[in-house]
Design a protein. Structure first.
Length: 363
């Protein structure tokens, strides 16, 4: 079995007096088994607990100096506790989990085979044992982060993650979140910094003592507020600017498309009788304009022969979508001409942005 050169295990903790002793003892056992020469530390971040959590950890620390307690005088929230753990870790590898006993810490051993090639190893709950409301919140949260930042992981907030400390040091100075957004922001920044993840399934058990705080309205509100702040900041700026530029280019394309369409259908007899054909010609003018401006302005892509082939393929597909929608609505369903034009344009706009960004210009 691979072993780690050294390991920090830490737990963000708030009023977990009923669970913390077993959690820490389990962590010590696991840390000894997965490290070379038992080089480890276990840190409990006591986030302003009002119960006997701190006293229990102090007793454990007296018996084992490798167990350490850091106390926040005032509750800073989950994200604040995580940041304290990350910044106070001293070993080569850093692992964190919750202190509520819902994970089997010995499953950290299943991460070890990946440590030769990966520096970010994250768990996902194979079957999450939480109330339905929390499960629904998690699905919505994953979707929002996937849509907003392109973060595609199975379980963003699974509290079973292992990092090489040097990878954390590259992104921690840029971190802004201190609430429930912290796990998402951390993974987004690591992803943007070029670190590839591996995901490993872990078991998740029902809480047997204590009370969770993650579903409180105040926690949820803070999470969405931080998501908006991160999106408006450096992580979402490029995406936002690209969407705005693409929409402006799209407005130009639509105007050009409409002008060409009106000229053909009002002044050319053939096209006045075959409006769908006129729409096809006007669309070609619009998409050519789209390629020129989006390449040079929106995505700032270099001119290369390799971009022309996907452009042609995407263009043909866009033409098929645009004229197909126009044909179905105007010719078949007898929808108003200009409403048909608008819906055909809307359908094509979504397709064009995604394919331009990820296929044609490979941004």
């Amino acid at each position: 079995m691979n072993k780690l050169s050294s390991l920090t295990i830490f737990f963000p903790t708030y009023n977990e007096a009923e669970n913390i002793s077993k959690t820490v003892q389990d962590a010590v056992t696991v840390a000894k088994s997965v490290t070379i020469d038992g080089d480890y530390e276990v840190i409990v971040i006591n986030d302003g607990s009002t119960d006997s959590t701190a006293a229990i950890v102090n007793t454990l620390s007296a018996n084992n100096p490798k167990v350490k307690l850091i106390t926040h005088g005032v509750n800073q929230g989950y994200g604040g506790a995580l940041m304290t753990g990350f910044t106070n870790a001293t070993k080569d590898w850093v692992f964190f989990s919750d202190s509520d006993g819902q994970f089997d810490l010995s499953e950290l051993e299943t991460f070890l085979p990946h440590t030769d090639t990966k520096s970010v190893i994250i768990g996902y709950r194979i079957k999450r044992n939480d109330p339905p409301v929390r499960l629904l919140n998690a699905k919505a949260w994953n979707f929002l982060n996937r849509f907003s930042f392109g973060l595609i992981v199975k379980d963003i907030d699974c509290a079973f993650k292992l990092f090489k400390r040097e990878s954390l040091q590259k992104v921690l100075p840029e971190m802004h979140s201190r609430g429930a957004m912290i796990s998402a922001e951390l993974l987004i920044r690591l992803q943007r910094a070029g670190f590839n993840f591996v995901e490993v399934g872990v078991n998740h058990f029902s809480r047997t003592a204590g009370s969770p705080t993650g579903a409180k309205p105040s926690v949820i509100y803070r999470a969405f507020r931080e998501l908006a702040q991160v999106y408006r900041g450096d992580l979402g700026a490029q995406w936002v600017k690209q969407v705005i530029k693409f929409l402006l280019v799209g407005a130009m394309n639509t105007t050009l498309d409409l002008i060409v369409y009106l000229i053909l259908t009002r002044f050319v007899p053939f096209f006045s009788l075959h409006k769908v054909w006129a729409k096809g010609v006007s669309f070609i003018a619009g998409i050519t304009n789209s390629f020129i401006f989006n390449r040079a302005w929106t995505f700032r892509s270099e001119v290369s022969l390799s971009s022309f082939v996907p452009f042609i393929i995407v263009g043909i597909a866009s033409l098929a979508i645009n004229t197909g929608v126009m044909y179905v609505l105007f010719e078949t369903m007898k929808v108003n001409e200009f409403l048909s034009l608008g819906l055909a344009t809307l359908a094509t706009l979504s397709w064009n942005f995604l394919t331009s960004k990820f296929v044609v210009f490979k941004d």
